[in-house]
Design a binder for this molecule. Structure first.
Ligand code: 4NP
Length: 158
């Protein structure tokens, strides 16, 4: 077993780590906390364009609107993430392909499209779109967080 302690450590991944994955990190952590589940969540980007930046202001505004705490700085996925985390959740197929291409031979993390825990759909990139795109990402993150926790930990909790 890759993770004998049973601890669930999740890395949510998008392209820039300023829109979708920091929101995914914040929402998944918030829902796990509300459900009383011991889950550690982080996020990262497959690209390095925004390393060190705070999340996009539209991501922050959407999280605040829904009462979800958000506090992170962008970073790029590292090789060590594949052994540090138990689950790596890709926001879309491009990011999943990128993750598979850099996955080291000793990886222990499960690397999947986040949507594969629910409906197989990607989280569309909201960066160049309207504010409503961020609201849609938020609701998708809520559904995907519950679906992930249901499958990995169980509906009754750990
Ligand atoms: P994210 O969105 O992958 O959800 O963080 C994007 C952020 C920045 C860029 C693209 C997508 N960009 O091209 O800079």
């Amino acid at each position: 077993m890759a993770n004998p302690s049973g601890e669930v450590k999740v890395l949510v991944v998008c392209l820039g780590n300023i829109c979708r994955s920091p929101m995914g990190e914040a929402v998944l952590q918030h829902i796990a906390n509300q459900r009383g589940l011991d889950v550690a969540v982080d996020s990262a980007g497959t690209a390095g364009y925004h390393v060190g930046e705070e999340p996009d202001e539209r991501t922050v505004a959407t999280c605040k609107k829904h009462g979800v705490p958000i506090n992170s700085y962008a970073r790029q996925v590292a090789t060590s993430d594949f052994t540090k985390f138990t689950h790596i959740l890709a926001s879309d197929e491009n990011n999943l392909r990128h993750l598979e291409s850099i996955k080291p031979a000793n990886a222990t993390a499960s690397v999947r499209l986040w949507g594969s825990y629910l409906d197989g759909k990607p989280i569309p990139d909201p960066y160049y779109g309207r504010a409503s795109g961020f609201e849609n990402v938020y609701h998708q993150c809520v559904s995907l967080s519950n679906a992930f926790l249901d499958e990995v930990i169980g509906k009754e909790g750990s």
